[in-house]
Every structure is written in structure tokens, then in C-alpha cells.
Design a protein around this ligand. Sequence first.
Ligand SMILES: *Cc1c(COP(=O)(O)O)cnc(C)c1O
Length: 349
Amino acid sequence: MFEDNFRKVEPYTPGEQTNDPSVVKINTNECPYPPSPEVEKALKNLDLDKLRLYPQPACNLLVDAIAEVYGLPADQVFVGVGSDDVLSMAFMTFFNSGKPVLFPDITYSFYDVWANLHGVPYKQIPLDKDFNIVKEDYYQENGGVIFPNPNAPTGVLVGLDMIEDILVHNPNRVVIVDEAYIDFGGESALPLIDKYENLLVVQTYSKSRALAGIRIGMAFGSKKLIKYLSDVKFSFNSYTMNTPALVAGAAAIRDKEYFEMTVAKVIKTREWMKEELKKLGFEFRDSMSNFVFATHPKYKAKDILEYLRSNKVLVRYFNIPRIDNYLRISVGTDEQAHKLIDLLKDYIK
Ligand SMILES: *Cc1c(COP(=O)(O)O)cnc(C)c1O
């Protein structure tokens, strides 16, 4: 068969998307608020004649804006088409020792997909029964370490002391901290990049910056890590990011005030949602992200999922061992959260 020599991979399955505005879509951790008004202005002012030309290969417009806002030199910043692109590139760049890369058994389900795609051996390390990372598990011989902080889909945050401990025990391996949800109340490992040359911190515009649709992710690290990442990118596709994304991304990152306001709103709604879910008997670890990962001792997650879906509320369910009785519920607007809680009250009484 001519397919015999094709690459066969098990793809990642993203959460469902819908264009139906009557659906309460709290299944993929997007921001429930629009992006900064500065993004609209920047895109309106974009000279369309510029689109004739290739975009900046080094993405300077965006890299410089991010570097300025984060107070870093530009050569410690790398950008890509969403953090998925950045992370995939990092797997290709840093995980080539032939030894297994370590990540939790319950985590972002793209990690094993990239490992398989890029031919990287890996070992999934079980979280403890309360979904905590056990740091000693990461002392064993490995080809690199990656985990989200807060972890997804559990929402559990670890402190910088644990991250430093893992870094100290892996001086010759790259440790990637995927901070997709760090803006919702966690402490970023960013200040550690100058202390640990092997630390790569990855963030995204998709959750806290309301721009999942434009695809921007970024990595921060030592000049050395960023240089190697860039070399791989330029060996793969010089023009990963398009001009409108560079322009919109630079405008968004400079509007700190709007960013802080929307994040504060999400956190406020999350805290209300936690209280209400608790009253209804749901159990969950304290979430420091823009979602709650909850289970109910009396009702099956799958049944609740179907009930909510039939009432036009989408939440995320993973048919994966250990978490197949949990729902991951994104924090929406207050109105969306109220609809969710009202429906659950009806279901549970
Ligand atoms: C959402 C998410 C990403 C990917 O985000 P992008 O939209 O590709 O920037 C990466 N890691 C985790 C843990 C996520 O939840």
C-alpha cells in the first residue's frame, strides 16, 4: 500500500467550537470578554498594503512590545502561533536526549501527542490522589520536564519553591513551565529565568488576553534557550506569525489596565462559582485558573454533561482514567455562571 510509509499519528482532540450565540460556551477556557479596545484600533489602522509583503520573520514588533511590558531584553523572548506552536517547537528543540521526558499523567493532553509526533520518549508521572505533583518523582533520570502551572485540567497551582526544587534537581535538562493560566492568581516563574539557564516559561494570549482567535503564544528564557528555539523556527517556517497578529498582539500587551480589569472580573466570577458549586455538593481542588475542575459524589459527570448540553451549556469532559467523573467548567461572564448554577440547582434538588 502506498500509505505504508506515511506518518501515522494520534491527533489531539480540541474542545468543541460553535457559532450558535445562544449556547453558553464554557468548555475551552476562552476569555468571556472581548479583547482590549486597543486591538480594534490597531487593526483598523493597519495599512492593508502591508499585507503584500511577508511579515517580519523575527516578529520584532510583537517581541519588542512583550519585552518592554515584561521588562526583559528582546533576546529572552520568543513568539509563536499560540503557545501550542511554541511548545511543539520546544519539544523539537530541547527534548532530543533519547531519555524520557517527564510530565504528569493528568495534564494538558497535547504533551503526549507532541512527544509521539516528534519521536520523543516520555514517561507520565502519576499525580497523587489529590492531584498534587510529587516533586521527588522528577529527580529521576530524564530527558526534560514539562508541566503546566496551574496544572490543566486540575487547576492546581504549585509554588515557586517547588519549581526551583525541580530545576535544581535537573540542571542539565530543560524544564518547561506552561503558564497558560498563571495570570488568574498564580505566581509566575518568570523571575527565575535569569537564575536558571535551563528554565523555559511559556505563556499565551488565548486565556487571559482574550485573543484565542488570533493565535499568539510566547516563551521566556535565557538567551541561549531562545537562540536555539529561534534556530529551529527558522529551519521550519520563517513566517509563522502574520502581520495582523503582530500588530494586534503588540497593542493588546500594552493595554495593561484592560488586561488587569478583565482578569479581575474572571477571578471574581470564579470565586462566586466555587461557592455555589460547593453549596450544591460539588468537590474540587481550589482552582487558580479560569476554570473549575469538579466532581459530584452523587451524580455522574457524564450525565451532568449531557443534561447541560441539552440546555445549551457546553462544558468539557475527558474520558480518561482517574478523571472520567469530572467536568472542567470555564469561568464565563456572571450571566453565564448564573445560568450554569441555576441549571445545576434544578438538576440536583
Ligand atoms: C490552552 C492551553 C495551551 C494552548 O494555548 P494556545 O491557544 O495554543 O496558546 C497550552 N497549554 C495549556 C495548559 C493550555 O491550557
